[in-house]
Write a protein that binds this ligand. Structure first.
Ligand code: HSE
Length: 353
């Protein structure tokens, strides 16, 4: 299976590490040989139709900060793979998508919730050129999921996005596949690891909001622009994706009533604690299909009450009652594992090696 990987940041690099460490197993269990035939970062691109050397790709990125330096780096004479590199800007992605044979484009550029770019154009370009898409970028889906799903269907390509919600935790698959035949009436959950970490640190260690945020940034949990986390927009984006996929709604992030945690202070948290409660940033889709993200008081004993960077979602279903799925909601390797799940699904749908 040939892959064009767009975006070579933390998630893109972890995907490469995962493919390296699991290559034999992936082939033995799924009969799949993933090859990255082109990759792009913000400074350039490298193309190799027979498959890039993944060790070399990681080393080049580490040493030079861009994959465009691929052919400059020979290691100690150990790399003899054929190469063909080119400098590209985002508007030349179309050239690569059109000219490079590949079954899948993996979109892993940073999330932009204002206009979705460059991810939105990348996804549309790939669909129009008949490439299946796996995106971990929330921007395009948060802003245009109904039309992207329609466009993908019209062009006969598969669009998958497991890593956009829950990191490596299969929240979307759980709701979509494990509850087949049942009907989800509503759901609510913690969809943002950074804010959950901040609220947990305030409650457990008595940190102020700013101290906890700083800690979350140092540990690398927050978005490049942490206001996306704090103001609830990241959770709202994930909620919109879930509402489209699980509840068949046709909504965007603009349909979500959203309030973040900026106004939550240590006193509020300690007061809640005295009453056996905690404050959590809860994203919910209620039975009337109304979508909201806001800080809420919940009982300490509720299954939803998870701490640190964990995410948790409780689904209320017609026949099985309430079910809660909990797992790590962020992280480079966790999100890369979601891409691998999607790759296997695309492979199964296409029956190619
Ligand atoms: N900043 C996000 C979070 C990353 O904290 O949940 C994963 O989407």
């Amino acid at each position: 299976m040939r892959i064009i990987l767009v975006g070579f940041g933390v998630v893109g690099q972890n995907l490469v590490k995962l493919l390296l460490s699991r290559a034999d197993d992936i082939y033995a269990r799924y009969g799949m040989k993933p090859r990255i035939v082109a990759t792009l970062d913000s400074r350039g691109a490298v193309i190799c139709p027979s498959g890039l050397n993944l060790h070399r790709l990681l080393e080049v990125k580490r040493l030079y900060g861009t994959v465009a330096a691929y052919d400059r780096y020979e290691g100690q004479g150990e790399y003899t793979d054929s190469k063909q590199t080119m400098e590209v800007s985002n508007n030349r992605i179309e050239e690569i998508v059109r000219s490079v044979d590949a079954e899948v484009l993996v979109e892993a550029t940073p999330t932009n919730l204002n206009d979705g770019e460059p991810g939105l154009s990348n996804v549309i370009t790939a669909i129009k050129h008949g490439k299946n898409i796996i995106t971990v970028n929330k921007g395009p889906l948060a802003l245009a999921m109904p039309s992207l799903l329609e466009l993908a269907e019209y062009n006969g390509v598969i669009l998958r996005f497991s890593g956009t919600v829950g990191g490596g935790t299969p929240i979307l698959e759980f709701a979509k596949h494990c509850l087949k035949g049942d009907r989800i009436l509503s759901f609510k959950g913690i969809l943002n690891g950074t804010t959950n970490y901040i609220l947990s640190m305030m409650e457990e260690k008595g940190l102020t909001f700013d101290e906890a945020l700083n800690d979350a940034r140092i540990k690398g949990y927050a978005e490049a622009d942490p206001s996306l986390d704090i103001d609830g927009l990241d959770a709202a984006a994930k909620l919109a994706i879930m509402a489209n996929w699980i509840m068949d709604l046709k909504v965007t992030i603009r349909d979500v009533r959203c309030k973040g945690i900026r106004d939550v202070n240590l006193n509020d948290i300690l007061e809640a604690k005295r009453h056996g409660k905690v404050i959590k940033l809860i994203a919910s889709c209620d039975e009337s299909r109304s979508l909201s993200v806001e800080p809420m008081l919940i009982d300490k004993g509720e299954p939803l009450c998870v701490n640190g960077t964990l995410n948790a979602v409780t689904f209320k279903s017609e026949y099985s009652g309430e079910l809660t799925i909990i797992g790590k909601g962020a992280g480079g390797m966790e999100t890369a594992s979601a891409i691998l799940r999607d790759l296997i699904e695309v492979r199964e749908a296409m029956s190619i090696v």
